[in-house]
Design a protein around this ligand. Structure first.
Ligand code: GRF
Length: 221
């Protein structure tokens, strides 16, 4: 019997890379049946780049400051990803707004993780905003990327309580643990061909999602 070819993933980072590490771990354990073809950072100082090197994964920096426009930077990224024959692009703490030059060629195979229960709190400082609003719960969303910032169709969310003693850091740490679960899980679904998006709708196992899947509901999925 021939083994199914593993999907080639690219992970784009700007910073510490803990989500990237969760993918490295999930591939190593077999929980995720895919291979990380390349890690790219726009930031030469990203700690995640060192982590990728230590794990023996091809990595490079494409420094956005060396380009005259967002489009020129995006085009350089597309060329690098195409050279690595990447099938799925994973944004994991990648702090650059992407233009259609990037989004178009990877439409339907470009994922992001955002630390809020979208559509609440797109953009930055999500945990501070949830605390300021007096919310009693926070969370994280994995979604397909469209040109609308943090506005693409959601796939899965995980919720966490907000405790009276929380500050943005304690809340972020609680959310991050869930990030490391739901992101590899959704990528595994994608690699199994169980997750597709068409015209703004996400289909899981052929069924349209009317709302994001909740982590709590994924037992035995
Ligand atoms: C995570 O909180 C992620 O949700 C957000 O950026 C952060 C990246 O953290 N998009 P890390 O670099 O994966 O540790």
């Amino acid at each position: 019997m021939t083994a199914r070819k593993q999907a080639a993933l690219a992970i784009l980072i700007s910073g510490r890379g803990s989500n990237m590490q969760a993918f490295i771990d999930a591939c190593a354990s077999g929980e995720l049946d895919a291979r990380i073809a390349v890690v790219i950072s726009n930031n030469p100082g990203a700690a995640g780049l060192r982590r990728a090197e230590e794990a023996g994964i091809a990595s490079c920096c494409i420094d956005h400051r060396e380009f005259d426009s967002r489009e020129a930077f995006d085009q350089a990224m597309v060329e690098q990803l195409t050279a690595h024959r990447v099938e799925l692009v994973i944004l994991a703490g990648f702090m650059r707004i992407l233009t259609p030059v990037f989004i178009q060629p990877f439409a339907g195979r470009l994922l992001n993780i955002h630390p809020s229960l979208l559509p609440k709190y797109p953009g930055l400082h999500t945990h501070q905003r949830a605390l300021d609003a007096g919310d009693t719960e926070a969370g994280v969303t994995v979604h397909f990327v469209t040109p609308e910032l943090d506005g693409g169709p959601p796939i899965i969310q995980a919720r966490v309580p907000i405790l009276p003693s929380d500050d943005p850091d304690t809340l972020a740490a609680r959310v991050l643990k869930r990030e490391h679960i739901i992101y590899p899980l959704s990528v595994q679904w994608f690699c199994e061909g169980r997750l597709v998006t068409q015209e703004g709708i996400v289909y899981k196992d052929g069924e349209p999602l009317t709302q994001p899947i909740l982590l709590e509901d994924t037992i035995a999925m």
